[in-house]
Design a protein around this ligand. Structure first.
Ligand code: NAI
Length: 733
């Protein structure tokens, strides 16, 4: 390979007193990544340092970009196959040899972290003897690999284990992938110093160099021991036995090999010398990158998320806008959460309910969240006070004057929603964006309650609003492009991820999650043990168990939605297909008076304080029949397939218009398991676990099998059949 042909991505700057500053600066790129040019440059720089060792005093590593170093190139990683795996393994080993030369140079080496140093970026910093970070919100540090199904294979496992000890390394950096801001990073020991500005950053780095003629890593000093002991130490062995439980808690026992590989790599690398450790770590990484789950996760959590947030679905040609003052109508659970999220983003909020007392109660929710954030040190007293000062509770329509957006969150009732919009349409700004947070009512019909139907749109938040990252934007038949663009911008302004769908009953999210819940309930009706149903959902990777979710939603609400949908279907002259879950829901409500959690009794029992106790024993008595167990794989795939198949129908119907929206919406809105990469990527990457073959053809074969065994609802829709026949996958590109 002709390495001289590639321009260097690392600039060598040498001061008169012999301090070499290595400036990471990939020419023509907005960020530094671990590409082939970088690997060559790092190698060349390391050799030159070793040769010049005697006449240099030390090294400062920093970057000319906004971020310090962006890490591995995910486009490369996602395309690694078993055939190319060895090549990428060797490239990784080459990087580690170069970094090892740096840390064993004998001269002090300091990382001056001027921006984000995540993943590969932090691994470079770990190979330095000292880390100084610039105090800016952009300068996050950590090893988030696990969140993409990866493992820090650039020395990250090996060095953090030697720095923190096995258990603490797993807890603080490896298993959760936490991204630390400068202050938290200092506290957790990920960096050694903070600098207030770029000048101080370099000054502190140089001061470290100036103070020492020599430097070495703790693990290269004689007598170094891994903090907390090696895994053979009895005390650590005891702690280690608790780790699988920690792992289960973090992942819910869901499929997804990254946490498991990280755990194994941490334990093994602690027991061998550094060079062997590097190989061990890299082998575990190779196993991950060649697997389907990691590809799914990179696709969803990186590429799809980026496309969605960048506005692939935002109408072009509409100037970006910002909302200054928003009216939130209804200060109940959702309204209160929406008010908080808007105020946190710096937007003034007028929070209106039927009485001042109710509105104040809604604002009290923000007070509670602020107090908690202050207590945990996540915000300051002043910032919390400023946030609360932005929320004005009221019962008077006149107080909404000048609002440039309205978000309605009153009870789920069309005529009530019409009424509240009539009250305020002429009070707010004449071009205010008009949004409803309805979770099921068609937007086109709701828009009929206002004069400016072109400005009316659905903005479907999820509960709890402050924690749920997704908002589903629903375009009604008469919604204009301007309103859609403004709604999109508003969602981004409050820091959430917007997906865009066309109007339809239940939209995308509510309709699809309904299939998941119905499938779980139907199994109870077939006589399957309710506890197995819950376990199947958890092991498939769903964050919430299926029957508990039905209780949260309320069986009565589920029945109400069913009745409304049935009426609409029949009015449209189509036949209504009942679901096997229906009779279970009806019996639970009518015969056993168990309407769900809010009614104090559902599939579960609830204590006086509303806390969930165990499953209701009556379920076994009234529903469970010995001998009705079905294969565990069928239980899991009935849930996963019911959601995936209906998502394909939604694409056919034109409710969904983008694959990325479907994938992101399913993971972030309705808890479709993250390891799948989302509800359509699940079909693309179907692994034929049950022997049906892989990919779309395998998925189709398996769907037919499920249809034969469990009902027509699993029949593959025409769009899926067409794509499978043509050898296509679900993709936007
Ligand atoms: P909620 O019952 O907690 O709150 C509704 C609030 O609206 C109450 O405070 C009530 O006093 C107020 N209200 C009633 N009439 C009003 C009027 N004329 N003017 C002003 N305020 C009035 O209900 P929740 O759960 O907050 O739901 C609100 C909306 O959000 C519904 O459309 C619901 O479908 C939707 N939604 C609910 C989700 C959930 O998880 N609960 C998720 C997404 C959307």
């Amino acid at each position: 390979m002709d390495t001289t042909a590639r321009p260097s991505t690392i600039r060598w700057e040498e001061s008169e007193d012999g301090v070499v500053t290595l400036v990471l600066d990939d020419p023509g790129q907005s960020a530094n990544t671990m590409n082939a040019a970088f690997i060559d440059s790092l190698d060349a720089v390391a050799q030159r340092l070793v040769e010049r060792r005697d006449d240099i005093r030390g090294v400062v590593v920093t970057s000319a970009k906004r971020s310090f170093f962006a890490g591995g190139d995910l486009r490369d990683l996602i395309s690694v196959t078993p055939a190319t795996a060895q090549q990428s393994f060797e490239a990784g080993m080459r990087v580690k040899r170069s970094l090892r030369a740096l840390e064993t140079l004998g001269r002090p080496v300091v990382a001056a972290i001027n921006g984000a140093a995540l993943g590969g970026g932090y691994e470079i910093a770990l190979a330095c003897h000292h880390r100084v970070v610039l105090d800016t919100p952009a300068a996050r540090v950590g090893l988030p690999e696990v969140t993409l199904g990866l493992l820090p294979g650039g020395g990250g496992v090996t060095r953090t284990v030697r720095m923190f000890g096995v258990v603490d390394a797993l807890r603080t950096v490896l298993l959760e992938g936490t991204q630390y801001g400068p202050v938290d990073a200092l506290e957790a020991g990920l960096v050694d110093e903070i600098a207030a500005d770029p000048d101080e950053l370099l000054a502190k780095a140089r001061a470290f160099v100036a103070a020492r003629p020599e430097s070495a890593q703790p693990w290269d000093r004689p007598g170094h021991r891994i903090p907390g002991g090696t895994p053979s130490h009895p005390k650590l062995a005891a702690q280690l036995s608790a780790l699988p439980a920690l792992l289960r808690k973090r992942t819910g026992g869901a499929p997804g090999p990254a946490p498991r590989n990280i755990l194994a790599a941490a334990v093994e690398t602690a027991q061998v010398d550094l060079d062997t450790a590097f190989v061990v770590e890299a082998r575990y990484l190779t196993e991950l990158v060649t697997g389907q789950i990691t590809k799914n996760m990179i696709q969803a959590f990186f590429f799809d998320l980026q496309a969605v947030n960048a506005g692939a679905n935002r109408p072009k040609g509409v100037e970006p806008g910002k909302v200054a003052k928003v009216a939130v109508l209804g200060a109940g659970m959702m309204g209160a959460g929406i008010a908080y999220s808007c105020a946190r983003a710096g937007i003034d909020v007028v929070l209106k309910d039927v009485s001042l007392e109710s509105a104040l109660k809604g604002k009290a929710y923000s007070e509670k969240l602020c107090a908690k954030a202050v207590a945990k040190g996540r915000t300051s007293q002043e910032k919390a006070a400023a946030l609360l000062a932005r929320i004005t509770p009221t019962a008077e329509a006149a107080d909404l004057a000048g609002c440039d957006a309205v978000i309605e969150a009153v009870f789920e009732d069309t005529s009530l929603k019409h009424k509240v919009f009539q009250e305020i349409e002429h009070v707010v700004a004449p071009d205010a964006l008009l949004c409803s947070n309805t979770s099921t009512l068609p937007i086109t019909a709701l828009a009929e309650g206002v004069e400016r139907q072109g400005d009316f749109i659905g903005l479907h938040f999820f509960s709890p609003v402050d924690r749920m990252p997704l908002v589903e934007i629903i375009k009604g038949e008469r919604t204009g492009d301007g309103a859609l663009a403004r709604a999109f911008d508003l969602v981004r302004q409050i820091g959430k991820t917007p997906i865009v769908v066309n109007d339809s009953r239940g939209f995308f999210t509510s309709r699809v999650i309904g299939h998941f819940i119905d499938e779980g309930v139907a199994m109870v009706g077939e006589g399957i043990e309710p506890a197995s149903v819950e376990q199947a959902a958890a092991q498939a990777g769903y964050p919430a168990k299926v029957l508990s979710l039905m209780d949260e939603l309320a069986l009565t609400l589920s029945r109400k939605i069913r009745e409304e949908t049935k009426r609409a279907v029949q009015e449209a002259g189509r036949t209504w297909e009942p679901h096997p879950a229906d009779h279970v829901v009806d019996r639970m409500i009518d015969e056993f008076e168990r309407p769900g959690r809010s009614g104090g009794a559902g599939f579960y029992e609830y204590g006086e304080d509303g806390r969930r106790a165990g499953l209701w024993p009556g379920l076994r008595e009234h529903f469970t029949k010995p001998g009705s167990e079905i294969p565990f794989a069928d239980m899991q795939e009935r849930m996963l397939f019911s959601e995936a198949l209906d998502t394909v129908r939604l694409l056919e119907e034109g409710v969904l218009t983008s694959v990325a929206d479907a994938n992101i919406g399913s993971i972030f809105g309705i808890g479709f398991p993250g390891w799948t990469g989302g509800v359509l990527q699940y079909i693309n990457g179907y692994d034929g676990g049950a022997g049906a073959g892989a990919g779309l053809p395998g998925f189709v074969a398996r769907a037919r099998e499920l249809a034969d065994r469990y009902g027509e609802r699993f029949t593959p829709p025409p769009l899926l059949l067409r794509k499978a026949e043509r050898g296509e996958t679900f993709t936007d590109f």
